[in-house]
Write a protein that binds this ligand. Sequence first.
Ligand code: SIN
Length: 513
Amino acid sequence: MTSDILIIGAGVAGLYTALKMAPRPVTIITARPLGEGGSTPWAQGGMAAAIGDDDTPNLHFADTMEAGGGLVDPEAASLLVDGGAAAVEDLAHYGVEFDRDADGALKLGREAAHCRNRIVHAAGDQAGAAIMAALIAAARAADHITILERIVVEDLLTDDHGAVGGALIYDVKAGERAVFDASETVMATGGLGGLYAVTTNPTPAQGHGLAFAARAGAIIRDPEFVQFHPTALDIGADPAPLATEALRGAGALLVNADGKRFMEDYHKSLELAPRDIVARAVEAEIVAGRGAFLDAREAIGARFPDAFPTVFASCQKARIDPRKQLMPVAPAAHYHMGGVATDLDGQSSIDGLWAVGEVASTGVHGANRLASNSLLEAVVFGARIADQLREKEPTKRINAGAPADRMDLASKPADPDAMARLRSKMSEGCALNRSREGLLQVIDVIHALNISPFMTSGLKSTLITAELIAQGALMREESRGGHFRTDHPETDEEAFNTEICTTDTYEEDEDGT
Ligand code: SIN
């Protein structure tokens, strides 16, 4: 198979980038039927955009910089916040019906660490699904886009100069492996919450794209920064259903089993403190045996089913009525701030490879993503990649052949027992609270699984990504944003990025790190 431009992944990042590429032909491949398996349709919060009368891009910029713990790239953040109004307008043009008040003005919600109401929603807590529905319809109708479903990527292909020239794929329907040649490859493969035992992400979000890029030699930036959402519903479901931060934005409280509003003990901004602080507070209450619950009875009450239909449906499945009862919550792996290092136009450190959306590290999130900045990032930076590629002369790349160590492995997802062991270890040693000892134990388990007789291409990729996170966390001997080291609770004066490329990843120091 061949395509001039190949986009891997069909969430908001992949679809929007493809749409903006017109009229240049582009092929999107996706492992599942369009609209299934990715995180975008699950996004409840919405998209941040500084469009309120009392708001400005400068205020949005300041909040983004503040949340990111000293690691946000100011140039990237400026592009992001300046693009908010146009992004909302363009998505509306594609047919997204954002929630509006009786006068037709966009309704703007509040989320943690935003100093203004600036989150646009659609159908209450169903912004992601609304955006996906509109972009899928537009992509299906677009002449320049070819969509290939049920095609699993197993690796990237490189030429003799190290440039990426497409992907090794597995066609699920045909049951066959094939080579897919492309002159430019855009990774839009999403996140990696599925590497953790408790996550709000769909199960397939296991960070395979990050592993492909790392194996191809791309620089991976800040892989240790994984954001945990403070309020997943703790009802024994895997993945754990999200109870959107917009609930707290609308006044819902966090209480423990004694009925105490415990955020009073942790931060002056209470329930709307930065996400990492709320997540660690929720975890501390749970570990102390006091439990953590969301109380929306007074603030939202009877409005709950209409205002938050997704959360209401999840509660109903667990026989909880949030109009009258507390919702048990726990932190859950939610978003990966690190990723394939890109420049401001989405280009990675190697030729032929671009990255957009959660798999990319454009510099806008730093150590702690500001809520609802990610849909905006996908739109703003997807358009920038399209601007670069639309007119670019096609480059003929001669791939050096499919990687031999991949061809030996079965084209299958990871073995469920191996995944269960990995996920539980990642949650134990590489989650909200980390230490050198715990991280070395995580790496031991990764290495033990790496020689599993049940090795498959899916497990291999999963292990590479898990190790990138753990090695990054080990290297960062400080605490910052989403990364907290119990053995290094202080924050270094000078902020620095972790950068890993594959040779570093697998070279062990004398002490085993
Ligand atoms: C939420 O709805 O709480 C999640 C929003 C986000 O993670 O951006």
